[in-house]
Ligand binder design. Sequence first.
Ligand SMILES: Cc1cc2nc3c(=O)[nH]c(=O)nc-3n(C[C@H](O)[C@H](O)[C@H](O)COP(=O)(O)O)c2cc1C
Length: 364
Amino acid sequence: MSMNSFGHLFRVTTWGESHGPALGATVDGCPPGVPLTAEMIQVWLDKRKPGQNKYTTQRREADEVRILSGVFEGVTTGTPIQLMIENTDQRSKDYGDIVEKFRPGHADITYWTKYGIRDYRGGGRSSARETAARVAAGGVAREAIKMLAPDLKITGFMVQMGEHKADNRDMDQIDQNPFWVPDAEAAKTWADYLDGLRKSGSSVGAMIEVIAQNAPAGLGAPVYAKLDTDLSAAMMSINAVKGVEIGAGMQAAMLTGEANADEISMGPDGPVYSSNHAGGILGGISTGQDIVVRFAVKPTSSILTTRKTITKSGENTEIITKGRHDPCVGIRAVPVGEAMMACVILDHMLLHRGQIGSNQGKIG
Ligand SMILES: Cc1cc2nc3c(=O)[nH]c(=O)nc-3n(C[C@H](O)[C@H](O)[C@H](O)COP(=O)(O)O)c2cc1C
């Protein structure tokens, strides 16, 4: 059984737990000749790493990646790339209270029910530490994409925190605030809002959008390897994600046929679409428009408010979860969503190259 891997040709396997000595990813199927250094991957890990400001968990991890194999003289060799990140700031005693109790909203109860063994330290494998390995693999995917489609750009950002939506899409703002939100006003409102929640020991959910611009037309295949199927599965596999949509997504249910179908006309360089309700994917295959995915992340379940729960032996009790937690998981989920987009897109580029090559349909 292989339940820690994803991808068809660009295949990523992640390993490791929150309080083990290290975690990482084995990346198999990366084309040879891709320039790759640890520094190139580190850029993306630095975006996800904890403790960067008061709005994320205060766990202090350098999240320094080491490449153990698959790279020689600065380029990939085509053999498995082993990436390792050491865990350096574990505090297992913070989790003493949850040895016997299940945190409501967390994976404690299901891990126990399924395996009868639970690594309670930091949530073990259910900890978001695992997402560091995905971000590292995404860094590899981004470098390979650069070789195959140099203009392709992947950008993630937050569009909603709790009930507060971002009204603007000023993409230059994304890197200017701790929430990766493309709206300077929203960043200010969210800062006050989250500060209040954090001090009260509560948490809040969020919505994240990830866009791939300049992706080639033709990625994805009917019917079980649709690009939207693989993207949805990839995003849904991120911890705390409870909803995924492509393009108009759930809103499409409220539209008429005329409002929803993006009209097509011929432009100087090929087809031009009047809108993008399809999120850049029709029939599971990319159209060449922006590929647009949104995902909803639930509020952090480890909170300082007293909650009812049960013990392993079945007694009713109460729990307050101490330790260092993210008040809004959505913030650090942004680079994770970008990494999953990069891995899925590269995977489909390789599949397309393998099956179709340059023998593609032409318009005009
Ligand atoms: C980037 C990121 C950070 C997270 N930080 C925390 C945290 O500090 N505390 C916590 O209880 N859960 C956190 N989570 C969520 C848990 O990992 C997740 O809720 C748990 O694995 C249960 O899985 P589920 O929510 O998908 O059902 C985080 C998730 C992500 C993606």
